[in-house]
Design a protein around this ligand. Sequence first.
Ligand SMILES: Nc1ncnc2c1ncn2[C@@H]1O[C@H](COP(=O)(O)OP(=O)(O)OP(=O)(O)O)[C@@H](O)[C@H]1O
Length: 457
Amino acid sequence: MTVIVRFAPSPTGNIHIGNARTALFNWLFARQRGGRFVQRFDDTDVERSRQEYADNILTDIAWLGIEPSVVEYQSKRFAVYEAAIAKLKAAGLLYPCYETAEELDLKRKVRLTRRLPPVYGREALKPTAVERARLEAEGRRPHWRFLLPNFDTDPFSTRRTEVTWTDLVRGEETVDLASLSDPVLVREDGTYLYTLPSVADDIDFGITHVIRGDDHVTNTGVQIALFKALGAEPPAFGHHNLLTAVTGEGLSKRSGALSIASLRADGIEPMAVASLAVLTGTSENVVAARDMAELAGRFDLASTSRSASKFDPADLLVLNRTLLHGMDFAAVAERLAALGIAGARAEPFWLAVRGNLDRLADAAGWWRIVTQGPTQAPDLSDEDRAFLRAAFDLLPAAPWDGTTFKAWMDQVKAVSGRKGKALFMPVRLALTGLPSGPELADLLPLLGPEGTQARRP
Ligand SMILES: Nc1ncnc2c1ncn2[C@@H]1O[C@H](COP(=O)(O)OP(=O)(O)OP(=O)(O)O)[C@@H](O)[C@H]1O
């Protein structure tokens, strides 16, 4: 059986790190099994959905390293949903309801005072065709409810009907359908709620595993019933925990907080985002994976925690540094060239500075220092200046390599009697203008005899 998964956001904003967790869980799950990944946009809500957001989401998932087999839009698939609606109606499993919101609210209150569960009492199953015609004549339009399979049309019944499944994350799960109202699938204006298009598409695309946040657990009880009502075998389900901000606050596409686009703009590497999005709230250590293959090797859906996990953006910088420090020149050459870092010195420069970077773009600052000199004049005492002038007189002859700095310092030490910080710090300040940075042994050959002499105080 080919594994087919899907990531199905509504294109109503930019996806955040929590949505990325869902996308990546699906992608890694499929990748581990040689499966396929369907990118589906749940854009039936035309008011809130925008193509621009869908395009941004495609950019974001591509940046994270996800390659969908196919991209689908629910707004282009109404024929499929109409066919499913017709099937349910023919089976007597979809019924028209004419109650207004106020009437429903009143009914709910009546049930509560009678100590009955505040679910819809299926009163709309009772009216005859004549009564419905009268309501239509009054100008009322029905919304349509799916008759949940508890085969109990007594509005005051409390009989339980449980739907169970073995969740890929949470193990045995049960939803009691008797505790739920028959869900509205189609609104008065003919628009669809989330439930039916999602199930109809999962059937149509042959989705084998639905992996999503645990905000959907209750939906799954209803959806399993709907799969069956439409004559389809339900897929396997896995509900992972949600990520929250450090404050415990939930994430929302609309707020834009921790959006993938903002993290990209902030210069965070995609594998730092992917590693944190996937490994937070699992039994794995949150250590940066260099690529998807490595992350896939450390991903296990079943090891995900059941409770919400806090996500600390500060951890991203730590992962980012680790990734940059181990990155080969070939992996960054193009991006460095875009920063103007190119030519024969680009590779040794990268190897010299990568260990000092928080973000790749920080390399530009070091490149400026190496090629043009310190951005600010070093703060040196007269004594240090005199020491440096004597030291610069001792610079070895060309050609220079990785051993030159040590040879130079050995001589300066012997002549000046300075050692440790007193020896190295004035040299570092003279060469870079900064009190810390890359190894001077690596920087010196990059500066070359001319560049070094130009820094003589
Ligand atoms: N904080 C979160 N952590 C992990 N997964 C999440 C989180 N929020 C949403 N998801 C998952 O992301 C997927 C896409 O969800 P959806 O498009 O409904 O986004 P949303 O962020 O929940 O919605 P909203 O647009 O209301 O902010 C769903 O599978 C959902 O379970």
